[in-house]
Write a protein that binds this ligand. Sequence first.
Ligand code: GLU
Length: 421
Amino acid sequence: MEDKDKRSGKTTDVLASTQTVIKKALDKLGYPDEMYELMKEPIRMLTVRIPVRMDDGSTKIFTGYRAQHNDAVGPTKGGVRFHPNVTEKEVKALSIWMSLKAGIVDLPYGGGKGGIVCDPRDMSFRELERLSRGYVRAISQIVGPTKDIPAPDVFTNSQIMAWMLDEYSRIREFDSPGFITGKPIVLGGSHGRESATAKGVTICIREAAKKKGIDLQDARVVIQGFGNAGSFLAKFMHDAGAKVIGISDAYGALHDPDGLDIDYLLDRRDSFGTVTKLFKNTISNEELLELDCDILVPAAIENQITEKNAHNIKAQIVVEAANGPTTIEATEILTKRDILLVPDVLASAGGVTVSYFEWVQNNQGYYWTEEEVEGKLEAVMVHAFDNIYKLAKGRKVDMRLAAYMVGVRKMAEASRFRGWV
Ligand code: GLU
């Protein structure tokens, strides 16, 4: 969310770095420059101002964005984040990453993303409802079940999706469950959606561990972030017999080399994933990332592993559950150090995969069991992992570049067939 890393002065502009990798991927695949010109920015970007009546009677004006990266393959798809550090550039980069994810797990979508500059931790339930509804009114022209389908992201959840769905259905004057995913089950949500991102990450960890010859039983895992992805992941890792020795939230981190009591921490966390405030013996997020462990999972925000700390990472496997946690420079350092890095666009694609299942169920009006959803997710993620791992080995590139190559290919082909490039 920051453009400059203040300590190093290095650029941590997530849009610029994703453009660099997109360019490399398109070059490797032999596409002309025009294709890069098309892909380097969203085809559509809307900025909106949302007036919200606050509980004290005052009116506050919030800024929101919706980026649609490329709709050659199908409608655009991606979450909406509520965060004080949201920027236009970040939302653009996030929409590109959604296109890549859709390509990697082969969904009939392009990428989209939205964001509102706000701090939901300081807002009441009713203020959040008014903001969510105001955002949908502001973007209603460009979204819809066959145009652009929002979903949850950082600090948004199924309740917020429910308000957004209700507002959209009122505007359109018909029930449109396929307008948004990540809904409560009773409004057409899918079983398994809430834990889907973490399930996908778990599958990637398992596959990566096999490649590295690491037994998950007793493997030491560190997870940065205790939000939707981080908290479910901690539970899944714990249930798989791994030792979760470190977790963190925005305020600090907890470390126990013998393994943390995950069930207790899950019980005590608030809805924003805050838990460390309850403890005295905390360490910093920086210290957490450098802990001695086997598997490190950044599951919080961008630019956490940089050229400053990449040399000190002790894990053998880094699996990115967050979007954009590792800079380009750090990716190179980790790769040189033979640390297996499973990139965000692959590792976190489980969320949008089950969002797609939710949308399919909405379109059919026929709903699946949790086992069906999980079985389908497993097959999709294993296939995506294998595909990218093999390409990385075959073309002697890191897994991030391989993932980008797989991710852009379908979108580039679709753009070509449509005669755009
Ligand atoms: N926000 C999630 C992501 O970054 C999910 C998007 C979706 O389900 O459409 O992948």
